[in-house]
Design a protein around this ligand. Sequence first.
Ligand code: DX5
Ligand code: ZN
Length: 220
Amino acid sequence: MSDCNQRIIAPSLLASDWGKVGEEIKRAEEAGADWLHLDVMDGHFVDNISFGPQFVASVRPHTELPLDVHLMIERPDHYLDRFVKAGSDRITVHVEAQHDVGKTLGAIREAGCGCGLALNPATPFDDVIPFLDQIDLLLVMTVVPGFGGQAFMETETMPKVSAGREFREEHGLSYHIEVDGGIDATTVHIAGQNGANVMVAGTSLFKAPDMAEATKQMRG
Ligand code: DX5
Ligand code: ZN
């Protein structure tokens, strides 16, 4: 049973120096990261392109940390087995993407990975309700996905974080609630107070003068 009240810090490799990603992974580990967040972007679902399953596979042998793979792609079902084979520990797909959401979530679980469902700031919480009893993690995007370094969107997203916590308590579920985008030493507490326990941060961790200090502050 995952402890959805335990604070988990997940640096996003999107904000790291890809030219020395091995060193960046070590830096994140030494700074005290719990998971590594990998932002996969296909240039269709979001207006940016990042990396694919081969990059995940190249990261895998360099760390024991759980790989928290965030698929910001139009057809996560089509690519799923490649991300599983690459060594993902958790795979999160978007409710807005063009796939049979329930089927994809089932396939992620079948493959032995933790399954996550993400919703964008403009997507109503109601859209994820049909799937909440079959996920291990709910990702409430706190920026419009596609780029790091954007501002935290509090009013559009915090009500959904607290709705996620309420639904979980009411229905005796145990999914993590993850936030992603604009998370820093200040916004992390707002997200925590509303019910988030997995904090994804790119800029505020990898670009911090002291990543260990920044990670400690995230823990609160
Ligand atoms: C945005 C990604 C986020 C992003 C977070 O599409 O999903 O994970 O990398 O970046 P920061 O923490 O810099 O806002
Ligand atoms: Zn992400």
